[in-house]
Design a protein. Structure first.
Length: 222
């Protein structure tokens, strides 16, 4: 699914939202208010101006996660995981996405955004707000990551031995690209007593098939 971006027609959005606010004051039926709100919100997205920003949504193996491509760089390189609202302080975009009711996790890749929803919410309710939030954010010119507030940094680590270097190379070249294709990432956490410690992020962290991915995919390769 693709939605056009915003370019100069924000007054239309404001007028429609004004109608929505008036409807909210006049309506006495919660059901009528809800459905009218969804209709007006959908109209907002369809009337937004055309810009070189086309957001595509792609399904992942996790039914509660969708991968969004804004048509522009998100991080450019690397990944960043925000498993909760409290951990989104370094990203203005992640903070705005967490304001959407039902959003449980946010994950950024080089050119994509993975949204994981609460199981109690339907995508039909969440998706329009996600599209609008991403479009509004990219129109604002804000940075995706506020480096001054970023608390994430690479911790000094011991020099890797040959075995660890081989494990990391295998992860980076054979495994991580596949996991990132599914809207997540897999992070090396350590190697001790012949056991490789890994952490799944993004759509993979709560995916029903995560255990299968680890055991059948990663374990066999290693």
């Amino acid at each position: 699914m693709t939605y056009p971006g915003i370019n100069g027609l924000l007054p239309i959005k404001r007028k429609i939202m004004l109608v929505l606010n008036n409807l909210r004051r006049l309506s006495t039926s919660q059901s009528l208010l809800f459905h009218s709100s969804r209709l007006l919100n959908s109209t907002v997205y369809l009337l937004l101006g055309v810009r070189k920003l086309f957001i595509q949504a792609q399904e992942t193996p996790n039914p509660n996660s969708l991968k969004y491509f804004p048509g522009q760089a998100v991080l450019g390189s690397g990944t960043r995981d925000f498993p909760s609202r409290k951990q989104a302080g370094s990203s203005p975009l992640a903070r705005q996405l967490f304001r959407i009711e039902g959003v449980e996790q946010v994950f950024f890749g080089p050119d994509f955004i993975t949204i994981t929803k609460n199981n109690d919410f339907e995508w039909a309710v969440i998706k329009p707000d996600v599209y609008a939030t991403i479009m509004d954010f990219y129109s604002s010119g804000q940075p995706v990551i506020d480096e001054e507030k970023s608390q994430e940094s690479d911790k000094p680590c011991e020099v890797d031995d040959e075995t660890v270097l081989m494990i990391k190379e295998l992860l980076d070249t054979r495994i991580r690209p596949t996991v990132q294709e599914d809207g997540g990432d897999i992070i090396y956490k350590g190697f001790k007593d012949g056991i490789v410690l890994l952490k799944l992020q993004g759509s993979c962290s709560s995916c029903p098939s995560s255990v299968v991915t680890l055991k059948n995919g990663v374990q066999n390769m290693l």
